[in-house]
Design a protein around this ligand. Sequence first.
Ligand code: PEP
Ligand code: MG
Length: 749
Amino acid sequence: MPVLWLSDVDKNDIPVVGGKAANLGELLRIEIPVPEGFVVDARTFRDFINRANLKDKIYGILQKLNVENTEELNRASEEIRKMISKARMPDDIEKEIRKAYKELGNGKEVYVAVRSSATAEDLPDASFAGQQDTYLNVKGEDEVVNKVKECWGSLFTPRAIYYRVQKGFRHEDVSIAIVVQKMVNSEKSGVMFTSHPVTGDKICIIEAVFGLGEAIVGGLVTPDTYVYDRTKKKLLEAKIADKKFMIVRRNGNERVELGEKGKERVLSDNEIKRLVDLGELIEDHYGKPQDVEWAIEGETVYIVQSRPITTIKEAKEEKIELEEAGKILLKGLGASPGLAVGEVRIVQSEKDISKVREGDILVAVMTTPDMVPAMKRASAIVTDEGGMTCHAAIVSRELGVPAVVGTKNATEVLKDGMVVTVDGEKGMVYLGKLEIGKKEEMKSVSVSAPIITATEVKVNISLPDAAEKVAKETNADGVGLFRIEHMILSLEKHPMKFIKDGEIEKYIELIYNEMKKVLKAFYPKPVWIRTIDAPTDEFRAMKGGEDEPIETNPMLGFRGLRRDLAEEMHLRAEMRAIKKLIDEGYTNLGIMLPLIVSPEEIRRAKKVALEEGVPLDQIDFGIMVETPAAALIIEDLIKEGIDFISLGTNDLTQYTLAVDRNNENVAYLYDETHPAVMKLIERTIKICKEHGVKTSICGQAGSYPHVVEKLVELGIDSVSANPDMVQKIREVVARAEKRIILEKLRNLK
Ligand code: PEP
Ligand code: MG
């Protein structure tokens, strides 16, 4: 029988249906409401490759394969998957699948999930979890048959092949079963820990959102959190989040903005009680606390998946280690000040971000724009790589989350569930929970009496969603650098992919909307929008980024304005978004061009802006000075007609000193106050002043009091600092200005 109903399988069937299906069958057995479904068992896959004459071919290819050679591995995987997808499924198997699908929908075409459930002979399949494909929202007999074949093929993804070799499994011993299960059209969904995930206490924690569970699993929406004490039978806490949108199914998944409804509580007391009851039943049945995925459609609460919580054991070990609390585990760069205590969550890729819960310590090799939702939930961020201006550093400062970057080996030294204390000022990570002093706990700056300075004190922004909060908390005089690449890197696909797909209008609309958030938050204060400046390695991680060139040194490569000039349509898209904003009255915006090395670049960018109808005479138009070239030929650049320059000391330092700013191995040589860098800065400010061009700084050095003091003396017009430093810099500027006036007065006497 190639097809088995879920209600007919149990844990004894693991070898033929895999752990996932057996687990669902077990739940049905104890009358847990699991969406109905069937399994195409693992014997069927073997039968298929035998009868399609693929067996010898597949295992022949695998036998010769050197998995360490990535190219060879990818080629072998592709060849095998192609063979599987091209081969005909034997009629009797196909007929059975079609028949079961019809029965599942009672004759109607229902949406199903087609999930892989890998099995290894004599072994439970847990180790293969998540390695093979799953397809959601599949509808129609033909599609189901196709997706079953695709799931079979996914037993041979490069990752799955590599993993088996690494772990010493013979490829022939591993097979795959496929679960086809009705999809719940969830009005509400979420996850539940039947017991506390760290202590193991009988405290049930439920997270809930409106709509489909993808919103929560992908970390896209902050869910409501309900904490229920199973011993006292009491709801201890209901934290209601503002759920900005939900995901619903309408010919594929769609986002629906929730507006006011998003602020409502998702679960009623009765629904919480029902979930807790089901959770207890499952926990009792398995004898272990469970991590459960659930969904509610109408009145019915469904359990979609359940697996044991694996963090509890680690937490117990942690308690013993806590005796050594205070031990320094890691040292790195203090990239965003503040102290935080929490549990470590190692995030290898954006797929793991749902692991990070409110208050956890997010640990990654380096953060990416996809991780921002999790960075918002984290109480601190620790990375292996990076310097003071890497993604993790910039975003954490903006979010007000303490961060330590460039520790080299945080992802090895720290383990999931470990409790640590992070000092984002000193750049230290300590074992265990240390006492946090009240003073240090304060994150946001409070302004008691406003300080007015002649030198404008602005702020750097890269997350439009944080702009309003930053504007309010810092009361900055405007935005001296709006780095738009962070928001672009978090879009659904690569900017050039939008353009190639004929969706330039959609792209313009997306960036226009994000830019508007910042302009609105600061209106009428000036916001200097910098055209895109992201290195190719960051673009490559995006969907549609596969064609990014592989560069030996992306910092010296295809980035900044040179890229926008080579991909002119992109520059035009930016200009069209900007024009739209100006037409709406946002004349508080300015345009700033990054990574300039020649007058010609300014001329060409200006031409594009004018051709797109941007009224350059009504707005600020300027450039970054962040290459020694720009500083040394500043006179020639000024001749092109610019209103301002902004010193990008991050790049200026790396290009002057030949020190990669993101390379922790040479971080000790990275010094923005090196005499050579200071000479370039002094020269630039002096010449700009002579020509009536405004000067500013937006590099990291603009947040360093000792540098800012000097810049004020040199007569800089504005300083743009990181959000956490605005108040401090304002004080430094005020003091420096006062001293200058006093000296002048003294000299007059
Ligand atoms: C700089 O180089 O100093 C700068 C502000 O730009 P970015 O850090 O975005 O390269
Ligand atoms: Mg720069």
